[in-house]
Design a protein around this ligand. Structure first.
Ligand code: ARG
Length: 457
């Protein structure tokens, strides 16, 4: 009826739009493991004979060995990893292969496989974050006393220590790891046995398959189990937050490595040269970490939009859950490794950092605080007096502590020579010894606690 053009066309397009094997072949290990757990349970429950269960198990092991050796064949007619594996199993062991799919459906199968895959991705992200934390605490310990300008609005604000600055990212990574841990907790229920959507009439043992696959329990509602992708979203939310943190850290390194700052020289191994400007060493890895955050956050957005408005239970839209998760996971692994290397391998130019802290009137707050403490002046008035001192120092092009006492006294007669002890950057950071403050003694305590938490001591 549609003529020659369409006699072939629609089925070719259907095959192509339907096929998930080009990407879901990444699930083959999980698919084989879940099938083995399922058939072992079918055998134990007497739903298939012990003999058939053994034949299927041996066949699955052979399919897995073939995949490991030669990769997973991509035949669009077989749609996905589940049908690809079952069809190869049938080639190997004959019609008995058809018993494997008793009391299950691809809907609970894919939900199970994907949970297993995401669980591994969570563990991998956690390991990457831990390695980054180790690099951060090592460098923070080295630089508990190194003074740098602390910024607000990227304007010099108050002196801080580099160790304190690096430990800020340690804290972010700690929160990221706790997000991953709670995502893992919620994920760890087994959908297998929910079948297509309503459960099954066969006397299956869901506790057994859940346990065999390392889940803490079976899911409790079959409709939810086959249509839930919260576990993937939980992972992507955590990944997006991690990527966001990594991009902030990457941006710090990019700024620090730029010549006008000159705070850091990035590792050669994570930089590139310019094909035209011989003097250049570009922070490409850090820039790509910053850039990849966009793609990881985009993955989260993509899957949220795929899932919104889907009625219960499974719909084919959900096949699109995998590419964003796969992409986010491989980018995240790379970004974590890059930033770990960046933190571990960067040379910090502590003399430049210190000089910048001294130049930027970073101790102006210390002068104001001194006026409050020593001369009992209300803070707002002290702020005003200090502003005048900064203005004077700026007009002379000198640091605050280089102003002669007489000039400071001309601004406010209540200032005396004890003020100079408060105006050095060292005195400034040492004074900020409130819990969680930048004082070297505080930083050393946080580093020691972190080293214990990481199992380094
Ligand atoms: N390839 C499918 C997916 O990834 C497997 C589930 C197919 N289920 C179905 N009822 N067609 O979602």
């Amino acid at each position: 009826m549609w003529g020659g053009r369409f006699a072939e066309g629609p089925s070719a397009i259907m095959r192509e739009i339907n096929a998930s094997i080009p990407f879901d072949k990444a699930l083959w290990r999980q698919d084989v493991a879940a099938s083995k757990a399922h058939v072992a349970m079918l055998g134990a429950q007497g739903i298939v004979s012990a003999e058939d269960a053994a034949a299927i198990t041996a066949g699955l092991d052979q399919v897995a060995a073939e995949y490991a050796a030669n990769g997973v064949p991509e035949n669009w007619d077989l749609e996905d990893i589940h049908m690809t594996t079952e069809s190869r199993l049938a080639e190997l062991i004959g019609p008995v292969a058809g018993r494997l799919h008793t009391a299950r459906s691809r809907n609970d199968q894919v939900a199970t496989d994907f949970r297993l895959w995401v669980r591994d991705a969570i563990d991998q992200a956690d390991a990457g974050l831990k390695a980054l934390q180790v690099a951060l605490v090592n460098r923070a310990g080295e630089h508990a006393d190194s003074i740098m300008p602390g910024f607000t609005h990227l304007q010099t604000a108050q002196p801080v220590t580099l160790g304190h600055h690096l430990m800020a990212y340690y804290e972010m990574a700690t929160r990221d790891r706790s997000r991953l841990a709670s995502a893992r907790d919620r994920l760890n229920q087994c959908p297998l046995g929910s079948a297509a959507l309503a459960g099954t009439g066969f006397p299956i043992d869901r506790q057994a398959t859940a346990q065999a696959l390392g889940f803490s329990e079976p899911t409790r509602n079959s409709l939810d189990a086959v249509s839930d992708r919260d576990f993937a979203l939980d992972y992507l939310m955590a990944a997006a937050q991690i990527a966001l943190h990594l991009s902030r850290l990457a941006e710090e390194f990019i700024i620090w490595a730029s010549q006008p700052f000159g705070f850091a020289s990035l590792p050669d191994a994570l930089s590139t040269g310019s094909s035209i400007m011989p003097q250049k060493k570009n922070p490409d890895a850090a820039e790509l970490v910053r850039g990849h955050a966009g793609r990881i956050i985009g993955s989260l957005t993509a899957l949220m939009i795929t899932m919104k408005g889907l009625p219960l239970a499974y719909s084919k839209d959900m096949q699109d859950d995998k590419p964003p998760v796969f992409e986010a996971a491989s980018l995240l692994t790379l970004c974590l490794a890059a930033m770990e290397g960046m933190v571990a391998g960067t040379t910090f130019r502590t003399e430049r950092m210190r000089a910048a802290a001294e130049l930027g009137y970073a101790t102006a707050t210390d002068l104001a605080d001194w006026l409050v403490r020593q001369a009992n002046i209300p803070f707002r008035e002290a702020h005003h007096i200090t502003g005048a001192a900064v203005k004077l120092a700026e007009s002379r092009g000198v640091a605050l502590d280089a102003l002669p006492l007489a000039d400071l006294q001309a601004i406010d007669g209540r200032i005396d020579e004890r003020v100079f002890a408060a105006l050095s950057v060292d005195a400034s950071v040492a004074s900020r010894a409130s819990y969680g403050g930048t004082a070297p003694e505080q930083v050393r305590q946080r580093v020691a606690e972190a080293r214990l938490a990481l199992g380094l001591e």
